[in-house]
Design a protein around this ligand. Sequence first.
Ligand code: ZN
Ligand code: ZN
Length: 105
Amino acid sequence: MSKKRNAWAKFKTRNRHVDLRGPILHDGSHQKKDIPYSQYLFTKHWIVVRRLALERANHRCSICESTHSLQVHHLTYDNLWHEYANDLTVLCDSCHTMLHASTGR
Ligand SMILES: [Zn+2]
Ligand SMILES: [Zn+2]
């Protein structure tokens, strides 16, 4: 196990208690910053939240269990900056595209 992995395991343990009852990660300011979703996807906040969602899903698509080209999909955009675990789902590229096509978003 590398040093990096160890640090990550500790981080997960520390944050386990917030898993379903509260936001995965609170951005320091608690303020909704008005930036386009396309830019949101490049924020440090999202990178951490996204990684936690992938860990939680064991790096598998929630529909077909593929482990390739995984993306984290927002089931709701209401909680940007303070997502709850259940606001997110992990999908592979093709299931993600299919889902957006079927919901029209
Ligand atoms: Zn899939
Ligand atoms: Zn999506």
